[in-house]
Design a protein around this ligand. Structure first.
Ligand code: ADP
Ligand code: MG
Length: 490
């Protein structure tokens, strides 16, 4: 009896063990199949995103020829870059000296700045800045330009008042107030009415003209002896800043949430025939976010991102390279892996389905995680997507996706820059300084490194010294100070 029991018990244990092992084998098989499937998705994505040097040159050449095409008279245009907006006032010479004021109108706020210039070899100093939120009732109406200008004038008056002691009275000679606009790209912001109006500014000098006029009336009404000469895009201000420090500065690139480029064109009569300006050169805001080429390495993830965006078919280049979109591309790849390969378990984490939930600073933090077990990656997965745990292998895969997306974006920016310098005919025998500004470039180290190394790779040791990439210093609002300086008669 006792013996029988033992035998039965032993048989049961053996059966259980066999069943357990079989379960483990099945689970292991399933997991490794899932891993293989995730790997396959990743490899395929990486292959689509590849940017060998030959492809980068195709992009650069097309960028150069599109820029050329934009300069032909309207009607004959073949390019994709959008109508160029030119800015005909002079750029700084580097000799400007004095205290200057500026204003930078942004998404939901504006910043008033003041700073001191003492010539090319001295950095911008004594900066003061003040940021003011724009009330919602102004933002939500596209008819509120007057009200906004009133508000800005009142705030400028207060700001100038604070500095009267050190700067002396403004009134002795009418001063120029440098005025820049940074176009918001974030459609998730609540203020679309006024935004869409500002956005037209980059296509339409008249909107800028109207804003300048309203602002001048408001300044006058409030008794401020300052005048806005022209309202321009922030990127042109950064180009002015670059030019102040270096005569060879020929282009400025913004790489933040959105992206934009201003460059110097030496043939103004081709563009603005009716202009009587004697300027030998003009700054052009080239709207490079609109660039499109069949050589761009677009994937199905980019296609669906674009299709579901607020402006399908538009700003394709921007959607590949700028801070607004990088994290979203990564999220889309992760979602597919979660759905098809159970990357995060049998249930797809609900938060992973929320568009734009992964922002580029978080993507950069995961990408740049050098800890032993990718602890930052896991912390971000938890924080953003509520994913409780993940294997080291999965975390590694996450960083690889970030790498593919950042590398592709940064290399395309590098190719675009080479294209611009080529268009200017400056690749050989001349130095060109490119000023880059924006949070993405400033804070995403790996992205920045890819960008720099791509320019070297494309130009080779012989030519790469001719293209010098500088980070724009001075921070937010500084661009408007350089504009004020260049618009002031000396
Ligand atoms: P904007 O285009 O609004 O002027 P900024 O130039 O201020 O933007 O840069 C902010 C953008 O830069 C953010 O929206 C983000 O996309 C990107 N960014 C900021 N910090 C980081 C970071 N640490 N890593 C990666 N991207 C960042
Ligand atoms: Mg910016």
């Amino acid at each position: 009896m006792k013996r029988e029991l033992v035998v039965v018990a032993a048989a049961t244990t053996a059966a259980a063990t066999v069943a357990g092992v079989a379960f483990l084998v099945r689970q292991w098989r399933r997991q490794s199949n899932q891993q293989l499937s995730a790997q396959r998705i990743l490899r395929e994505f990486a292959r689509w995103c590849a940017t060998p040097t030959s492809k980068l040159w195709q992009v650069a050449n097309e960028m150069a020829s599109d820029m050329e095409a934009e300069l032909t008279p309207p009607g004959d245009r073949g390019g994709n870059l959008g109508v160029p907006v030119s800015y005909l006032a002079g750029l700084p010479t580097g000799e400007e000296k004095g205290t200057f004021y500026g204003i930078n109108l942004r998404g939901t706020n504006f910043m008033i700045v003041r700073g001191k210039l003492e010539g090319r070899n001295e950095a911008l100093s004594d900066m003061s800045r003040q940021e003011i939120e724009i009330p919602l009732h102004i933002l939500s109406s596209d008819d509120s330009t007057k009200e906004l200008c009133d508000l800005m004038a009142v705030e400028v008056a207060k700001f100038v008042g604070l500095h009267v002691e050190s700067d002396g009275k403004v009134g002795e000679r009418e001063r120029i107030l440098g005025f820049t606009v940074s176009l918001p790209v974030d459609d998730l912001l609540p203020s679309s009415a006024l935004h869409s109006k500002w956005r037209r500014l980059s296509f339409n000098d008249a909107v800028g003209g109207e804003l300048a006029q309203e602002m001048n009336q408001a300044l006058k009404k409030h008794g401020i002896e300052m005048r806005v000469y022209a309202v321009v895009n922030d990127t042109i201000g950064h180009l002015a800043g670059g030019r102040y420090y270096n005569k060879e500065s020929v282009a400025a690139v913004s790489l933040g949430m959105g992206t934009d480029v201003a460059y110097i064109e030496s043939l103004p009569q081709q563009i603005v025939k009716e202009s009587s300006s004697e300027a030998a050169e003009t700054a052009i805001n080239m709207q490079w976010g609109n660039f499109f080429s069949s050589h761009l390495p677009l994937t199905e993830y980019d296609a669906s991102l674009d299709a579901e965006s607020a402006d399908p078919g538009c700003r394709i280049f921007e959607k590949l390279i700028s801070g607004m979109y990088l994290g979203e591309i990564v999220r889309r790849v992760l979602l597919r892996m979660a759905e098809e390969s159970a990357l995060f378990g049998d249930v797809v984490p609900p938060k992973l389905t929320i568009s734009y939930s992964l922002r580029s600073p978080d993507m950069a933090a995961m990408h740049q995680d050098t800890s032993q077990d990718y602890e930052i990656v896991q912390a971000k997965l938890k924080e953003i997507f509520d994913i409780e745990s993940s294997t080291t292998l999965v975390r590694e895969m996450v960083t690889e996706i970030c790498d593919v997306v950042a590398e592709r974006g940064a290399r395309l920016v590098g190719a675009g820059i080479v294209g611009i310098v080529k268009k200017m005919g400056r690749l050989a025998n001349r130095k060109s300084v490119i000023t880059i500004e924006g949070g993405l470039y400033e804070h995403y180290r790996i992205y920045r490194n890819y960008l720099h190394s791509t320019v070297w790779e494309m130009l080779g040791t012989d030519l790469c010294d001719n293209v010098i990439i500088n980070h724009s210093h001075g921070g937010s609002g500084a661009a408007s100070i350089f504009l004020a300086a260049s618009q002031t008669d000396h």
